[in-house]
Design a protein. Sequence first.
Length: 226
Amino acid sequence: MRERKVWMSVIVLLSLTVILLVGVLVSNCMRFSPWNRHMDAGRNGGMMGNSGMMGSGGMMGNATSANTATIDNNQLHQLVAEGEQGARIDRAKKTITYTGGSVNLVALASPHGVPNMTWEIDGLVNPTLFIQPGATVHVTLVNPDWGYMHGFEVTKTAPPYSQMPMMTVDDVFMLPPLPQRTTQGLTSAHYHMTEGEMTLHPGTYYYICPVPGHAKSGMYGVVKVT
Ligand SMILES: [Cu+2]
């Protein structure tokens, strides 16, 4: 009789342990699933206006338009020219300094003429950006690439990046991936673009492409908010 009681207790304890382990596993899977990350990105990228996120990433608030549009080659060049206005571009040091409270950041994802899987900003490949704390940074992402989707994410997580950065990096700002240009011909193609706004606390950040393998292949640069 006594022996049976002991066995019953052992079985109950084992069952509870199994239930607990399964619970922990399931909640971890939920937390790290791409779907969930996408939901997080949606919160950043949604049309909620200034959401006033003061949380982990150092974001003070952002408003991202969920709209995407396509532009032609002339509009692309115009956009790049506008981005270069007011930016102090140091080609030797590969740095861009944006002064003032209003920044126009135009990021071209792996465009023709630069190494594959890199960013071009104001004519520089993966430059280091200097931005003032609290500045309103208007980010325009254009994907001029042929063959690959690209998105724009800002994170406090430093390189090296894994194959699946969306699973591991801390997401401060996100413009979700855009499709490749509409046709292969550079001048006849239309280019997908999207835009959003971010405001950053002082610190060191990184702009990366969240598409699997791209940041790992070199599609990232540094943002110094100082
Ligand atoms: Cu990419």
